[in-house]
Design a protein around this ligand. Sequence first.
Ligand code: ADP
Length: 508
Amino acid sequence: MDNITNLFPIDTQAPLKILFAASEAQPLIKTGGLADVAGSLPPALRHLNHDIRLILPAYPEVVEKAIPLKEVATLYLGGHLEPVRLLSGTLSEHIPLYLVDAPELFGRPGNPYVGPDGHDWPDNAQRFALFCRAIVAVALNQAGQNWQPDIVHCNDWQTGLVPPLLHYEGNRPATLFTIHNLAYQGIFSHTLFQKLQLPAELWSHNGLEFHGNLSFIKGGLAFADRLNTVSPTYAHEICTPEFGYGLEGLLRHRQDRLSGVLNGIDYHYWNPAADPYIHQHFDHNAFELKRINKRQLQKEMGLPQDEHAFLLGYVGRLVEQKGIDLVLELLPKLARIESLQLVMLGSGVTHFEDALSDAGERHLGNIAIHIGYNEQLAHRIEAGSDCFLMPSRFEPCGLNQLYSLRYGTVPIVRRTGGLADTVVDVTAQRLLDGNATGFVFDAPTAPALWEAIKHAIEFYHRPDSWWQKLAITGMQQDFSWPSSAIQYLDLYHEAILNPVPNPVSPAA
Ligand code: ADP
């Protein structure tokens, strides 16, 4: 794609108007890391004095938590017969919030993407196409808000139609599309493309068509002014066949507009010195207090309260991406190590849930499994474990290894994506230099994970001061949002200054 420089350079110090579009955001609704980002990056940008507004679908859970809300517009959107209400409220830190209220599409409790039967809602294409059209209406100042953003920050496939729909508009804001996980793409049939009444010219190999199907994520990848993923390593990985899901050619084509920005974490919410969910507060100056949390976690999970046991923790979705099959393969071996304990919290694919529950029952002595989603227990696992397991096959950024570092829980990770960018493998030299923060392995196999766990156990039984040095180095890393927010501002400016040529503008 041509790079054209805007003839009217903007003042890069001036406050930007940013519309941040996401399908989930903490503390309103969360299924994964996207919600953490959508709940933390906007406040960080607001702190830097930018006018940022968040737009989400009006799921019942969100409406309940965001009250008071007022109706600010009625929108008539293409491909949808019913009028749609735009509700307005305020999120913490005075961030204006817009909710797209279409009860027939979003008025369902529970998971935003999946029904109670565990399958995707059958009308997800209609739901998120409508969401995209509402975002476009706000972005073009066609929603009666007397406000037009300079940039629309789109996140994941649920917002993927925004860049292509804006692409054909004359006076449009710039777009940034962030890939939080390329594995989720929003693929639907060609019939749905027609039903959604999307512009016919978008049905092409260069547009939304992907092997005869409609791909929402391709809209973001092909049309956004800038693209990014949530770590530099993942930004490279997705340009290869191994991680690119057939989109690597398009991504390589757009590589000059693609970069990686590591997620930050919310240092107020994930702070071992003030965490309301844990038993004993601690920090790097009082690391030894952490062991009180370990004993409490052992008690809560029904394990023997032994502070010398080596306690491994896991929190996360139980899906193949996270390498759960590798952990399952090792469970019999781990169960035989008397001085080892394993605590796992997660939910996801039924066969993983069942296999883990079975293993938990068979090895009551040292393995405790909690199936479900439990935010508070997640904090206590971070606070009470010695090591945190993250054997992911791929990991765009990963947040749990960052929480672990903050809580002095040494991560054991596979060298991929954001894990490779945030955890430094222990060697004698790196320990001496004060750089080492965890255990890193390469192959996505159970034997490779086993070697890493063995290494961690051996290391744990060396002098206490060695372990403390490793854990405390992790606690002192800075993965807070302000530095990531500044990198996002740079991307916003690049997108504004260097837009993709617009086919209907005179510049095209
Ligand atoms: P992903 O977005 O792929 O699920 P991340 O590591 O980026 O992975 O983010 C996962 C987020 O969801 C973290 O905040 C993690 O603590 C949280 N999480 C995942 N599963 C659970 C669970 N069962 N209980 C509590 N928190 C969970």
